[in-house]
Structure formats: structure tokens, C-alpha cells
Design a protein around this ligand. Sequence first.
Ligand SMILES: C[S@@+](CC[C@H](N)C(=O)[O-])C[C@H]1O[C@@H](n2cnc3c(N)ncnc32)[C@H](O)[C@@H]1O
Length: 388
Amino acid sequence: MSSTTCIIAARGVDRILSGHPWIYRTDLIDDGGAEPGAIVRLVDRRKRFFGQALYSSKSQIALRLLTRESREFNRDFLAERIRAAAAYRSVVAEGIQACRLVASEGDLLPSLIVDRYGECLVVQTLSQGMERLKPEIVEILKEQFAPRSIIERNDAAVRALEALPEQTGVLAGEAVGEVIVEENGLKFCYDLRRGQKTGGYLDQRENRAAARQYARGRMLDCFTYAGAFAVSLAGQCDSVTGVDSSADGLKLARRNQELNGIGNIEWREANCFDFLKAADQKGERYDTVVLDPPAFARQKSSRESALRGYKELNLRAIKMLSPGGHLITFSCSFHVSEADLLEAVASAALDAHRTVVVIERRTQSRDHPILLTVPETHYLKCLILRVL
Ligand SMILES: C[S@@+](CC[C@H](N)C(=O)[O-])C[C@H]1O[C@@H](n2cnc3c(N)ncnc32)[C@H](O)[C@@H]1O
């Protein structure tokens, strides 16, 4: 592995000292001729050493810190980090069949995602540096987990920021497509080759379990994708409607419904904004509503329009909830904080002339660790609310 040295500006040093692993291109003084994706040593102008990082020749995040230590970041070091990530899952996700095994910055392996779906692993290498380490990563995963299959899902749009192509395929073992795994006592089918993200939304597992306590009566699951909330909560409810604009998602949703022998769910392929508006105008009433939209604010600049989107969705839902009904609402936009979401929902409640109790404030499942000094690792916000 490389021993190229990059010189970083005082602001880059401050960032490292504040516990954040990203150094922007504007804080890179000299890249020392580093190759795209190389592991480089970081020094300041006075040649003081600050750590080792993955170098990107393209991204605005020019350097992603791997370690403050000076010992070589080699295959053993990488294996150690992956072992540590797995050890953490044995604390927070013991016996869980589908979980995030390596969560990028959250596991001190910036831009590497490894998700476990039963005996299969799905990998994303989202920077030039991790892409370069992919052969070693695959070997380490084989050694540590002996998976039936390792699938590559590098079709994430963020790869373009690193000038990396979108690609998918089988990195090792069998060419597995669909897998069936258990979550919270129910069976779910995940499409590892074509499903959204690496197959599904593993970050919601604990929220789906928590929501069971409140779900009842007539339920609406907006942005249902493969029906995970709908299927998880149907046993507590009289009837469930799951809505999503993705026909492929709903195909999986029907499959998940069948796998669990559930009869009381109907699926609607629709734009949730239109569906909610029409249902509101028809005077529909629900006892439980789940709102799990995609990230509306992928950049800081779209925060304001995102907040309008969250307000509109939550306003429609609150208006339609029967007294004592529950709203389980999410934002997965990093640029929308929990305080922002609370404010948007409060404004919606005021407009709807309803009083709302905050029962729980939650976040992503614990296998998606939140680092105290890396705010970007806290992206999912969940509010469980009771509407009076
Ligand atoms: C965060 S995912 C939902 C995950 C799901 N609730 C789960 O627990 O697995 C967001 C979903 O919203 C869908 N979607 C995006 N925009 C939409 C829209 N305007 N109307 C309906 N569905 C939409 C996407 O197809 C995607 O399935």
C-alpha cells in the first residue's frame, strides 16, 4: 500500500482533531502526486503527522481518514476493522439475519458498506479508495464470514462523484438473486441484485418492531417499497393499505404478504402526495399512518423545499388520523435535523387544528452506528406521535 504524503491545511487538521474523517479538496495543499484511491499519509505544513487516509482525485471530499495511527494500513489492519464491526453487531444485532455489517464512517471504514442478508453479503465501495481495496475486502469477507455469495451493488449514484462507474455483479460464490430472511418473526424476500439500496431498508428494522406497539385499526403505509412496515404491522391492524410509486417494490410487497400468509393488505401503485391529497379530500380516516419518504434533501440547498414536502405529507396524515390515532413519521435526509422535522410536524399539527403528543423519538437501527463527532452518521429521524 502507498506511502505518498499529502499536505493538509490548518482547517483540515482542525477537522481531524474535531473527530471528523473528511478533508475537503479546498483544505488539501499538496497531494504529493497521489494516485486515485491511494492510501496516503497526512501531514501539515510543518510535516507533523496526523494520520492515514483514502485519497480521491475527483470528489470534493479529497481525503477520508482511516486512522490516526502511523502503523501501515494494510490488509491486517483492514481485517481488524471488519472484525471489530462484526463484534459490534454481535452486541446490537445478535441473531439478526439481515443487518448492516459494515456501515462506512460509522465503522471507521469510510465509504464501505457491507450488508448481511442471511448467508449472503452485499458490498458497496463508494470511493476510489475503497474501490481499490475491493479485492482485499472480498478476501477478508470470505475468510471471516464464509458467505454463500458476495454481491456487488455499486449502482449507487454517489459513485459518479468519484468518477467511478456504476456496476453490479457477483464478487464471490453463487449468483444469488432473491433471498428470504426473517425479521421480527416474519419472512421477507430481498432482491439483492435489483432491489433498492442493497436489497432493502435494514435501517428501519428496529422502528418496524417499535411501531407494532402502536399500530391498530385502519392503517396506511405510505412509501411502503417492499411492504416492510405494512407486513410488519398487519397483525395488529384490521386493514392495511400500502402505497408506493415503484411497481417493482410492490411486486416484492405482494410476495412478502404471501410469504407470511397475510390477507388484510391492499397495495396501491401511486404517488403518495396525490394519494394522500385524494384520500383527504374524500374524508378518509385512518388509525395508524406510516410516512417513510425518500430523502427529500440530498443537498443543503434543497432543505427548504424538503421541509415543505415533509409538512405537506404530515399535514395530510394528521388531518386523516382518528382521535387517538398514531403517526409514525420519518426523514432520512441528513440535512433535515430532528428539530427541523419536529418543527415541520408541529406546524402541520397547528394547521390541522390537532394536538399531537410525541411518544418516541427514534433513529436508525443500532447496526447503523452514529458517531458522536460525525453528524452525517445520524441521518434517520423517526417520530412516533399520538394525535388527539
Ligand atoms: C425510504 S423508502 C421506503 C422504505 C420502506 N418503508 C421500508 O421500510 O422498507 C422510500 C420509498 O418511496 C418510494 N417513492 C419515492 N417517491 C415516491 C412518491 N412520490 N410516491 C410514492 N412512492 C414514492 C420509493 O419507491 C421507495 O420505495
